[in-house]
Design a binder for this molecule. Structure first.
Ligand code: 5AD
Ligand code: SF4
Length: 439
């Protein structure tokens, strides 16, 4: 038998890319590849790129440049670019960086085996189509390897919202939902392999409307179906848009026992003027009322959000409105970003806020968020939570896992099994995690 070929995948960006990288590794497994942790001994290098952050494409070009030496030493080495930068740049990547053999957009991963074969024949392979077929069905033949206790499962891709700052509708395409039965089969398969918590992924996950047995299903309908899967203990989902928080989904947070009390619901700004310019089609007030309803259904829910500061036209008063909203919501987690232009998006053409002003706003917002985050984490001390243990902690004799609220929790007990779900009394709150004792 010939030696297996080695595949090195570097994954950037969101959880959906992590999921996609796993699927690509499995697809190329069928071509005789095993994964390696270093590019140095690889026969194929794949960069699974993200286009969300600033100068994403430039960073990919410079990363590719670093493989020049490797390729010179090993002319058979194949180099591929996948993900959203691949989708956005397409052919341009091969033109600017001739050492690239393969460019594949997120909707074409099921074609990777053929594309790989093409590169072995000395040709270049490019595919950035948005084909009709379900790539995940084609990528289905996962080896039945044992898995850790948590997994991602993509249920929806793409976005039709066109927020004025965002590239996702261009790189991931229009909103598409996978049929419910396929998702449920995939969840059952994950559970058989040791998974106890599944995070449903989608760029706009709560707009899910996949085919079910009696017509289209909502995300809440899908969650209720997953709630019946024996051995699956926890369900989460991300990322949601406020306008797609349907009544049945809000209600599920109060009634569905496996759905965890954590919700990532980006608002981006607290100013109605800016929200309008962002094309968000909700107001600060409607967002706050929505959170009130969610908290009425599930009072202990931990809220998380995303913010952009320094969006074109953002005044001091607009920014103050964002601070006020943060103060009112009290986020347990929140991610904040300085606006940066994405070529091709509407906001890119508008006059930009002074970068120094934006920097200063970002710092102020982050300080406020950190304060609330800290306060909420500290308030867990003395409470009992349920922890799904994932791995040994950094210190000897420790095990660490996540509470239902997604806080990292460690216990000084090396005998707890990975995958155990145990009640823990929280005894202290550290910089980024909680510590507790098994009850
Ligand atoms: N500039 C800054 N932040 C952005 N995000 C998306 N596009 C941009 C941009 N052009 C942020 C949003 C989104 C998160 C994933 O990234 O807050 O919710
Ligand atoms: Fe981008 Fe999310 Fe807006 Fe869609 S809803 S355009 S993914 S920020």
């Amino acid at each position: 038998m010939s030696e297996p070929k080695k595949l090195f995948i570097k994954t950037y960006g969101c959880q959906m890319n992590v999921y996609d990288s796993e699927r690509m590794a499995e697809a190329l497994g069928g071509q005789g590849y095993v994964e390696t942790k270093s590019p140095d001994d690889a026969d194929m290098i794949l960069l699974n790129t993200c286009h969300i952050r600033e100068k994403a494409a430039e960073k990919v070009y410079s990363e590719l440049g670093r493989f020049k030496g490797l390729k010179a030493e090993k002319p058979d080495l194949k180099i591929g670019v996948a993900g959203c930068v691949a989708q956005a740049e397409g052919q341009e990547i091969m033109r600017r960086q001739p050492l690239v053999d393969l460019v594949v957009g997120p909707q074409s991963y099921h074609r990777l085996p053929e594309m790989e074969a093409k590169t072995r024949a000395g040709e270049k392979a490019l595919d950035t189509d948005f084909p009709e077929e379900d790539k995940f069905e084609k990528l289905k033949n996962r080896p039945k390897a044992k898995r850790g206790p948590t997994a991602f499962l993509t249920v929806q891709e793409g976005c039709d919202k066109f927020c004025a700052f965002c590239v996702v509708p261009y790189t991931r395409g229009a909103e598409v939902s996978r049929p419910a039965d396929r998702i449920i089969r995939e969840a059952q398969d994950l559970v058989e392999r040791g998974v106890r918590e599944i995070t449903l992924l989608g760029q706009n996950v709560n707009a899910y409307h996949g085919a079910g047995p009696n017509g289209d299903m909502t995300l809440a309908g899908l969650i209720w179906e997953l709630n019946k899967v024996d051995g699956l203990e926890r369900i989460r989902f991300t990322t949601s848009h406020p306008n797609d928080m349907t009544d049945d989904l809000i209600e599920a947070h109060g009634t569905c026992d496996k759905l965890m009390p954590y919700l990532h619901l980006p608002v981006q700004s607290g100013s109605d003027h800016i929200l309008k310019r962002m094309n968000r089609s909700h107001t600060a007030e409607s967002y706050l009322r929505l959170i009130e309803r969610i908290r009425a259904a599930r009072p202990d829910i931990l809220m998380s959000g995303d913010f952009i500061v320094g969006f074109p036209e953002e005044s001091d008063a607009d920014f103050q409105a964002t601070l006020d909203l943060v103060d009112e919501v009290q986020y347990g987690y929140a991610y904040s970003f300085k606006y940066s232009t994405r070529p091709g998006t509407p906001a890119a053409e508008r006059p930009q806020v002074d970068p120094q002003v934006a920097d200063e706003r970002l710092q102020r917002l982050q300080a406020l968020i950190t304060r609330d985050q800290r306060k909420i984490q500290d308030s867990m001390v003395g409470r009992n939570v349920h922890v799904l243990f994932e791995k040994p902690g950094r210190q000897q004799g420790q095990m660490v896992g996540k509470s239902e609220y997604l806080h990292a929790v460690h216990v000084a007990d090396a005998d707890v099994a990975v995958g155990a779900l145990r009640e823990v009394r929280i005894t202290s709150s550290g910089a980024n995690s909680l510590a507790g004792e098994l009850v």
